[in-house]
Design a protein around this ligand. Structure first.
Ligand code: CTP
Length: 154
């Protein structure tokens, strides 16, 4: 039977269980898994701000046991070239991209998998932001108490 070569792209910032589940499910469907990790420059073009730099995001994805090869994603138009270069048989994305890459269906199979519910890099960043806000409130509260103590001493 023909080797099934799977390809997906993503930013994979603050690697989380939704990412892991996607990679696990894609590898289960095929023999080889190639991941295009978006570079910092490409994320800027996409208007996406990352916390973790490209080299670290790529190293983390490369260390996942389901992943056979990591390539940089630098441009929107590279998908067709990558599919031909690496002999990709299946192009797979999470269903937040449903229908967006159907045009690649002339050279390989295009599959959209359901996202894992309740987690995303954006939500993790929002949680970090609200935690910093809570810390700031606590800090301001402590400063107020110290001020009062100081005023009483004078
Ligand atoms: N993904 C998923 N389940 C999640 C989050 C992401 O299956 N809960 C998939 C996406 O559909 C995509 C891949 O993981 O195919 C990489 O997604 P990426 O955009 O890097 O992750 P998100 O957590 O969705 O990041 P953001 O919130 O910045 O969009």
């Amino acid at each position: 039977m023909k080797k099934r070569v799977m390809l997906t792209y993503g930013t994979f910032d603050m690697f989380h269980i939704g990412h892991l589940e996607l990679l696990r499910r894609i590898k289960e469907m095929g023999d080889e898994l190639i991941i295009g990790v978006s570079t910092d420059e490409f994320n800027q073009i996409k208007g996406k701000k990352t916390i973790i730099p490209y080299e670290q995001r790529a190293a983390i994805v490369e260390a996942i046991k389901y992943v056979d090869r990591v390539i940089p994603e630098e441009r929107w138009e590279q998908k067709r070239e990558d599919i031909k270069r690496y002999g990709v048989t299946h192009f797979v994305m999470g269903d937040d991209w449903s229908g967006k890459f159907d045009d690649l269906g002339d050279i390989c199979e295009v599959v959209y998998l359901p996202r894992t519910k309740g987690i995303s890099s954006t939500e993790l960043k929002e949680t970090l932001k609200s935690l910093s806000a809570i810390n700031l409130n606590e800090l301001n509260h402590a400063i107020e108490i110290l001020k009062r103590i100081k005023d009483n001493l004078e």
